[in-house]
Design a protein around this ligand. Sequence first.
Ligand code: GLP
Length: 259
Amino acid sequence: MRVLILPDPAAAAERAAGLIAERLRRQPRTVLGLATGGTMEALYARLIAHHRAGDVSFAAARSFNLDEYVGLSPDHPASYWRYMRAHLFDHVDFAPGATLLPHGDTGDARAEADRYEAEIVRAGDIGLQLLGLGANGHIGFNEPTSSLSSLTRVKTLTHSTREANARFFDDPADVPRHAITMGIGTILRAQEVLLLAHGTGKAVAAAQMIEGPLSAACPASALQLHRHATVVLDETAAAKLSLRDYYEAVHPSGCDAEI
Ligand code: GLP
């Protein structure tokens, strides 16, 4: 796992955006796996800035988002469809129809999850998968005790995850109890994985993910199995790492390693 520690959240978002832009320049037809959540807002703002500066184009790329709440239509203000349009899709040059998310409102969420997994397989799997980190160690909506080889399916959200996401809803009681999420196995099939996290609230989960045992108790620890996983943290999210000096020696200030 490549661990990059940046001084603050803005620098971490810029570093992660730079890695995505670099991949798209190298392989414009990349299938991106995209994430939602507060952490991604600054990263998407930086990607939009790179696009406006002419540094990056999404015209040949495609994307699959990680997850969507069961029961929410694409037009619901708190849906991830709406989030993605507001924070990225309406501001860059993806081709029409090239950006996909699960549909939360089909009435048969299990069938929709199976269809979405098949669609990812048909696309040849994800090239670069972007991830955030839940305070309880979840990735996508793979809550603790998720199978480490799970595929896209319906998951019941934990109380703490519903509380953490209540800020995006008018009433905390409106936060759905279920979501369709790519599985950990789906995520591990991606060619590259890039996780971005910042803030003290993520420090324990980040340490468990990077240095803890491989365990379904911390779904993000499954990234230890991935050959090309990069984790970008700010100082506060890195605060509980015990091998901090090592990461800093290999990647001073989050820079690429010199060999
Ligand atoms: C939600 C999303 C995750 C995201 C997490 C962290 O649960 N399903 O993909 O990583 O929130 O969100 P935030 O960045 O707001 O802390």
